[in-house]
Write a protein that binds this ligand. Structure first.
Ligand SMILES: C[C@@H](O)[C@H](N)C(=O)O
Ligand SMILES: C[C@@H](O)[C@H](N)C(=O)O
Lengths: 160, 160
């Protein structure tokens, strides 16, 4: 199928939460996200990459900014329970996403997105992708500039 | 909107590639993915979480298994160019995904997926999510068991 980049989306009302030094065995991810779901916290992105050199994992996720205090309290207990490392919280993020179809069979799309952001000297702080959505977190103050750079790169009108 | 988990998908023909000790400034992600796209490598998942304690980043991505050797060659040059840490390659992964809509406004879906896998003692090695797709990498030999656990949890018929 041909690739179609349909639009660029910007979200500025999120906070990025991370927990590191997390033990890497079955049940740990559930231990983190079940308490959040019990409190009806909406979680948007979740990323977990490769473990660190000690075999510990790190999970980063985004929530609505107004939930931050509630999330921090929950995560403090989770960290205790898991014997995890440190919980980080960053409210200064914006999520910039490219929405498309068939992006997996078109290797260049993610590369073009990353290149377009780098031309504006925008640092990419988190990446989470799927075939139809490539999302990056950038500094909130760079959000509008990021969107414009992507509109230009993909020759798009502003997504409504 | 109400959440609708539509199906579970399993992919067994992938390899997980990671690069750590990556400098965290604009242009680096492009440096990694442009050479891959030049060689027409299809990249599926890309995850980048929070930087490590030295401020270095780590990026993990998946490619079709038959591209592995080609990718490793490209990544060796990239690592050199970036002064990065180490390139890892793992062909023993399966990708298990939940496909749905409105999953973000239903905090429990990811938690239920993680819990269902943990009940089968399946370790989650990577997570990448969006509103309509939650993907986890597990050991390839656990792939079928993971799919069955998720069908059971979400009361689904096998996705065609
Ligand atoms: C770190 C976390 O994902 C763990 N591996 C689990 O399976 O729950
Ligand atoms: C690590 C990588 O994502 C880097 N921060 C960049 O912007 O390209």
């Amino acid at each position: 199928e041909s690739v179609l980049v349909r639009g660029v989306a910007l979200e500025k009302n999120q906070a990025k939460i991370s927990i590191d030094g997390v033990p890497d065995y079955p049940g740990v991810a559930a231990e983190i996200f079940e308490p959040l779901s019990k409190e009806n916290i909406n979680v948007d992105l979740i990323v977990q990459g490769a473990p660190d050199r000690e075999g510990k994992s790190e999970i980063t996720f985004t929530v609505d900014r107004e939930e931050t205090e509630k999330v921090i309290k929950i995560m403090a207990k989770v960290k205790e329970k898991l014997g995890a490392g440190k919980v980080g919280c960053d409210k200064g993020v914006a999520k910039v996403s490219i929405v498309g179809v068939g992006m997996r069979t078109h290797p260049g799309v993610a590369a073009r997105m990353f290149k377009a952001l780098s031309r504006e000297k925008i640092n990419i702080e988190l990446i989470s992708t799927s075939e139809i959505l490539i999302s990056c977190l950038v500094r909130e103050e760079e959000g509008e500039k990021a969107v414009q750079a992507l509109h230009k790169e993909f020759e798009l009108e502003k997504m409504q």
